[in-house]
Design a protein around this ligand. Structure first.
Ligand code: ASP
Length: 323
């Protein structure tokens, strides 16, 4: 009678199983997840067109970092988008000031804040990442750097945005509460065919904010964070709440502990709720993507949604909310 050992070693056809195993390459965890790749997610409805631009790169096997930069440039260039780049609502002094950051799979990151007169702050942030030993440039220094790199200085205050500002000036009530209508930062996260993650975040910030105010969007850890071993997260809403809790870093660390993207975002919202008593007056939305290609979101107020694109779908998804 064939011993258990011999039975395990030989298949019914007499083929040595060990030789089958050794001739086929082992199925890795990476192989299992690669069917979910590539994938791109981004905040709010402007994410649909932005995802299309990112997909143009991802679907050809391009890098996630190139995809997220190309993707968020779409709303940055749109004069009818009043929360990102060109056409963004100005601050209370009538100045359009832009914040953006970008991060790749190797922990490289670049950021600009309080940048004026440059339509594509995300590409300046990319240059800070690629061409300098620094992470962040702000204000005049960021502008000087952008001009040195060949970016064109232009007036970003469109007639529509100026009209909205002039109308706001009539009462000039400074109400820092950001509601669903005026906080549509684009945060984009992508996982490319090779399994590398990157993210980008760009905004004109809160409409009619104090001159000089910078929110979470250009701050690595607050408005964006990427860890290629784990996942990536981005945020939208009242940036001060994300800064106070280093929200996106928190979401990624929660995913590291094993939580799926939606649950990690939910727990980050719960952290805000626990620590910041006035959270009910504000909106915060977190969006996360893990290295397996799974994504999810969570927010404080109902109304936050995100666009998700992969090989089989491109859709808007409503985030669950605490309230
Ligand atoms: N988070 C951005 C900021 O606080 C604004 C937004 O997402 O609407 O500047």
């Amino acid at each position: 009678m064939m011993s258990k050992r011999r039975f395990l070693k030989y298949s019914l056809l007499g083929t040595p199983i060990m030789s089958l195993i050794s001739s086929a390459s082992p199925v890795t965890e990476d192989d299992i997840h690669s069917s979910n790749r590539p994938v791109v997610v981004s905040t709010w409805k402007h994410g649909l067109l932005a995802n299309d631009a990112a997909w143009g790169i991802l679907s050809k096997g391009g890098r996630a970092i190139d995809a997220v930069e190309a993707g968020v440039r779409v709303p940055e260039a749109d004069p009818d988008n009043h929360t990102v780049g060109y056409g963004g609502y100005p601050d209370r002094d009538g100045k359009v000031t832009l914040d953006a950051c970008i991060m790749d799979e190797n922990q490289n990151c670049g950021s600009v804040a309080f940048l004026q007169g440059i339509k594509h702050p995300i590409s300046v942030a990319r240059k800070v990442m690629d061409d300098t030993p620094h992470v962040m440039l702000v204000g005049e220094g960021a502008l000087k750097f952008a001009l040195q790199k060949g970016f064109k200085q232009e007036n970003l205050l469109t007639p529509k945005a100026e009209a909205a500002w002039r109308s706001w000036l009539k009462k000039a009530e400074y109400d820092p509460v950001i509601n669903i209508e005026n906080h549509d930062t684009i945060g984009m996260l992508a996982l490319d065919q090779k399994g590398n993650l990157s993210g980008a975040c760009t905004t004109s910030g809160a409409a009619f904010k104090m001159h000089g105010r910078v929110g979470d969007s250009p701050l690595i850890g607050a408005g964006l964070y990427v860890d290629n071993e784990v996942g990536a997260a981005t945020a939208t809403g009242m940036g001060e709440l994300m800064i106070k809790t280093v929200g996106c870093h928190l979401v990624v660390e929660l995913m590291r502990q094993g939580y799926d993207p939606e649950e990690a975002c939910r727990q980050a919202v719960e952290r805000i709720a626990k620590k910041l008593g006035d959270y009910k007056n504000f909106q915060v939305g977190f969006l996360a993507l893990n290295r397996k290609g799974n994504y999810g979101a969570y927010c404080i107020q109902p109304g936050f949604n995100f666009a998700a694109k992969n090989k089989s779908t491109h859709q808007m998804i409503d985030s669950k909310s605490k309230l």
